[in-house]
Design a protein around this ligand. Structure first.
Ligand SMILES: [Mg+2]
Length: 414
């Protein structure tokens, strides 16, 4: 087995830099303190989505407010995200990667997995192909990527996260002890803050500590996630590279942990919008429509809760999902300072199935982003949601809700 994971270095910033240069912008923003920001220009609520390496040196991190980033670096330059542009570059990368294998999974807008197993006879040794992909993307597409190579998705993904940028790393089973076990437990894929906290409590601080622990004991502490994380720590992962989502039991979601607490719906709005864009992009790419939207909250006491709505009609545009998410946020939020917000789309159906749901069938679906022990406050469509629906109808026409409207993602950026 040979799996490659390709991850674009500072994707949003790099892609914006390329566009600016092509338009005659005098500097490569990758080489100066710069950020991509979400939210109203220079409002206190705008946040950092991506930062350049020079900006990183000022201590600026993803999800910082632009306000605090400017305090740290007064001559910081900030740019708005351009989702169509990002989609364009993401597509070019995907097309290039498809030359090497019939099995390429678009894991996120800037990450792909390639199952290279059995392709050696055609294109050569996996490591030389990894290097070729790294070089070709730099030379032909104008941005840099890290490529991770290993026997499964987990190890390939861990490998691509080693030293950046513009590097190729391997993580074969015999390299796990030396390359992966010394890493902090928080660096393990899928090991979230809550799990990290529980593991540190029992003095498990590195991936190696977890690998050598008793899996039964870990399962007792971390429930369903425990076994998986223990296997990950030992480099075990047999999940296949996927062409499509299995809609029945999947959810597509994103969450963002903020550096400073979120204390108002206004502060949450740009983050929600961004999360909706990311989630909707992935859902549309996979060809689905969501019938359940969940907004997730985590407060400064690490308490996690969520609020969701099941929609009779299903949604598939950013605007629709965002309008619902804003209402769900307002209804579900308990008013305390928040550290994390998430938006997840589930109850994923294809267009034909979605039509059937109008006849009264419940197609179900579980939100996997929600950890099993957490309670889900499932409320029916409420007044606020009806208001959101009305707003959408006003803005996008009466047929946009309950009907399927298709956004054209194939357009090239100007
Ligand atoms: Mg990346």
């Amino acid at each position: 087995m040979a799996i490659l994971h390709v991850d674009v270095n500072s994707a949003f910033l790099s892609w914006t830099a390329i566009k600016l240069l092509s338009e005659g912008y005098p500097t490569d923003i990758r080489e100066i303190p710069s950020v991509i920001s979400a939210g109203e220009d220079d409002s206190r609520h705008a946040i950092v989505l991506a930062k350049s390496t020079p900006a990183k040196k000022y201590g600026i991190k993803t999800a910082d407010t632009i306000y605090s980033a400017r305090k740290a670096c007064p001559n910081l330059v900030s740019f708005f995200p351009d989702f169509e542009l990002y989609k364009y570059h993401s597509d070019r990368m995907y097309e290039l990667l498809c030359e090497y294998s019939p099995l390429v999974e678009r894991y996120s807008i800037d990450e792909c997995f390639i199952d290279y197993t059995g392709c050696e006879a055609l294109y050569g040794e996996p490591l030389s192909v990894a290097k070729e992909i790294n070089r070709r993307i730099r030379e032909e597409l104008g941005f840099t990527v890290n490529v991770g190579l290993g026997p499964n998705k987990l190890l390939a993904k861990m490998a691509s996260d080693f030293e950046k940028p513009d590097r190729v790393h391997t993580l074969w089973p015999e390299e796990i002890e030396k390359k992966m076990w010394p890493l902090d437990i928080a660096d393990l894929f899928m090991c979230g803050r809550k799990s990290v906290r529980k593991l540190r409590n029992i003095n498990i601080n590195t991936i190696g500590d977890l690998a050598k622990a008793d899996p039964e004991m870990i399962s007792g502490i971390l429930k369903t996630q425990g076994r998986m994380l223990w296997e990950y720590a030992n480099g075990i992962d047999d999940s296949p590279v996927l062409l499509h989502y299995d809609a029945k039991d999947k959810s597509i979601g994103h969450s963002m942990t903020t550096r400073t607490d979120i204390e108002s719906p206004e502060e949450a709005a740009p983050i929600l919008h961004w999360l909706c864009e990311k989630a909707v992009y992935r859902m549309r790419k996979a060809g689905y429509i969501a019938t359940v939207i969940t907004v997730q909250f985590k407060n400064s006491d690490f308490e996690y809760y969520s609020h969701q709505a099941r929609l009779r009609g299903g949604v598939q545009t950013v605007e629709e999902v965002y309008a619902y998410s804003k209402s769900l946020f307002k209804e579900g939020w308990r008013g305390e300072p928040l550290r994390l917000i998430g938006v997840s789309l589930s109850g994923l159906v294809t267009e034909a199935a979605e039509q059937l749901s109008f006849l009264g069938g419940d197609l179900g679906g579980d939100s996997q982003l929600i950890e099993p022990e957490e309670s889900v406050k499932n409320k029916k469509k409420s007044e606020a949601l009806e208001n959101a629906l009305a707003q959408i109808r006003n803005k996008f026409g009466r047929d946009s809700v309950g009907h399927v409207t298709t956004r054209d993602y194939s357009k090239k950026p100007r």
